[in-house]
Design a protein around this ligand. Structure first.
Ligand code: GDP
Length: 530
């Protein structure tokens, strides 16, 4: 095993921050980059938020797509480690983007607003992480504001997110009375100081909370409260165990205020200590370990170029094993085609650059003219496909029609490429070949219409269709009379997805229920991988 490879693997930590919009993901990202010295001032990281107004303002969508390519991967160094943050859009219409990005992270930080508690998007995203046993650290943010009681909030996190938490830091007061943080893990206290609480004291070591110095530091009341609360914490929550965290069975919790840069360093230090290096990844045939010499990687995101004159796209590849090298031929497994990349990009906090070599955990941006699809695998020759980029049933469905017969080719190509990018899902009806596009949010239809027109010079029109859910069909015995009957009776509701898998487009929850009752051997799945 090459020493360089091992050294590089041990240096890397690749993670994502997940949060409901407005919880403080952008602010926290920025503070982490400031600590890493990757940016010099606050305000350098642009939020990738899609504002409500964007629905009617296409230039705004374009501008925001530009931002989101810029913030797709942010890399920085801290304490000798190379940290890659993968951006995960919080907006629910882009949830699928986030789900896919989660297949490329080795751990996550969950940000929760102390006043709002556990919100809808957090719940959905954490569920996906839990299903994959991704190690999670929880950061409770905005302690400078009045919010929920810390114990109540931890209860909420345990119940709604089904996590097994243990706090490693603890707030001293909250809102106007917020004084600082007791770091349970390192046994020290950090206090706000100065008029407007903009300054942070150096850590004050507190070996024993019973010590009189605590009373001097915090005053009688706060010192007593802290002692009582920590006693309760120690009694109620399990001890932190790094292995349990790595297995996804225990989640440490930190408190702080990203905006005030408070509690962020504690979080970062803990992250450096606890968070995993690049992990092995399961493929359809075997588990691939990062330290294997041969390069493997997979595409988890595709981003179209901002310049409509060049239909050039950037495919984001996560390196799983070995060393990725510029200009070396690799096998594009799905196409069975050998490809070389002369200008692979590496990402930094504020720029991307051509890179010669990349290592497991890294993200490489490959220029693509339409060869890649999300989930594609690259290897040095091995026929291998990585698992785990499922599609979820869309929420909205519409027929798509080409409304300019002269531009049929452009239309087909546009639809094809946008679907490869994962903007939405395409279903082709079995009995008449009509095309249906399914999306997570209504916003995507406008994005598709705008991009077809501006990038492919094609015009689309939509037609409503009453579909409740797409169900991927599975039947162990495809020759059975029951399955044949299902195919015949449901003929008009069957379609193929992009991977040629059979899908039943059900018009209501009731239909699904009835179908399951009538055809018990036919399994209906809401996810494309089962
Ligand atoms: P995102 O949607 O999760 O990326 O959230 P942002 O980082 O954009 O933050 C949303 C809003 O919350 C912004 O106005 C931030 O300034 C504010 N914010 C972030 N962190 C804190 C904090 O610690 N305290 C307070 N009071 N506001 C915060």
């Amino acid at each position: 095993m090459s020493k360089t490879l091992l050294k590089e693997i041990n240096k890397r930590k690749t993670f994502g921050i997940i949060a409901h919009p407005d919880a403080g993901k952008t602010t926290l990202t920025e503070k982490l980059l400031l600590f890493g010295g990757a940016i010099q001032e606050a305000g350098a990281v642009k939020s990738n938020k899609v504002k409500k107004s964007a629905t009617s303002d296409f230039m705004e969508i374009e501008r925001q797509r530009g931002i989101s390519v810029a913030t797709s991967v942010l890399a920085f160094e801290y304490k000798g480690k190379k940290i890659n943050i993968l951006d995960t859009p919080g907006h629910k219409d882009f949830a699928e983007d986030t789900f896919r990005t989660l297949t490329a992270v080795d751990s996550v930080i969950v940000v929760i607003d102390v006043a709002k508690g556990v919100e809808e998007q957090t719940e959905k995203l954490v569920k996906v992480c839990r299903m994959r046993n991704i190690p999670m650290i929880v950061f409770i943010n905005k302690l400078d504001r009045e919010g929920k009681d810390a114990f109540d909030l931890l209860d909420e996190v345990e119940q709604k997110l089904e996590l097994n938490v243990t706090p490693l830091s603890w707030p001293i007061g909250m809102g106007d009375r917020f004084k600082g943080i007791y770091n349970i893990w390192e046994k020290n206290i950090k206090l706000f100081s100065g008029e407007n609480k903009q300054k942070i004291s150096d850590g004050i070591e507190i070996e024993d909370l019973a010590d009189e110095s605590l009373t001097e530091l915090l005053g009688e009341e706060d010192a007593e409260n802290l002692r009582e609360e920590i006693e309760l914490v120690t009694g109620v929550y399990p001890d932190f165990d790094n292995d349990e965290y790595l297995k996804g069975e225990l989640q440490p919790v930190f408190f702080g205020s990203a905006l005030n840069n408070f509690g962020v360093q504690e979080l970062l230090n803990a992250f450096i200590d606890f968070a995993p290096n690049p992990l092995p990844k399961e493929s359809e045939t075997r588990i691939v370990r990062p330290e294997e010499e041969a390069f493997t990687g997979f595409v988890f995101k595709i981003h179209a170029n901002m310049d409509p004159n060049h239909r050039n796209r950037l495919a984001f590849v996560k390196v799983v094993s070995g060393t990725f090298e510029r200009n070396k031929p690799y096998l594009h497994v799905r196409l069975g085609k050998s490809m070389k990349f002369s200008a692979p990009n590496a990402f930094f906090a504020d720029k991307k650059e051509i890179v010669q070599e990349s290592y497991p955990g890294d993200i490489v941006g490959l220029h693509d003219t339409g060869n890649f699809r999300i989930g594609d695998t690259l290897t040095e020759g091995e026929e291998l496909n990585f698992k785990g980029i499922p599609s979820f049933s869309p929420e909205h469905f519409r027929y798509v029609n080409n409304s300019d017969p002269m531009k049929a080719k452009q239309f087909e190509k546009g639809i094809d490429q946008l679907m490869d990018e994962g903007v939405a899902q395409l279903f082709t009806m079995e009995y008449n070949n009509r095309k249906i596009i399914g999306t997570v949010g209504a916003l995507q239809y406008e994005v598709i219409e705008y991009r077809l027109e501006h990038e492919y010079n094609a015009k689309v029109s939509y037609e409503n269709i009453n579909i409740h859910k797409a169900c991927w069909v599975e039947c162990k015995d495809e020759k059975s009379p029951e399955y044949q009957d299902f195919l015949r009776v449901k003929q008009k509701y069957l379609a193929r997805d992009k991977y040629n898998q059979l899908v039943f487009l059900a018009d209501s929850a009731f239909t699904i229920q009835m179908t399951e009752q009538k055809y018990p051997s036919v399994k209906l799945h809401f996810v494309s991988e089962f």
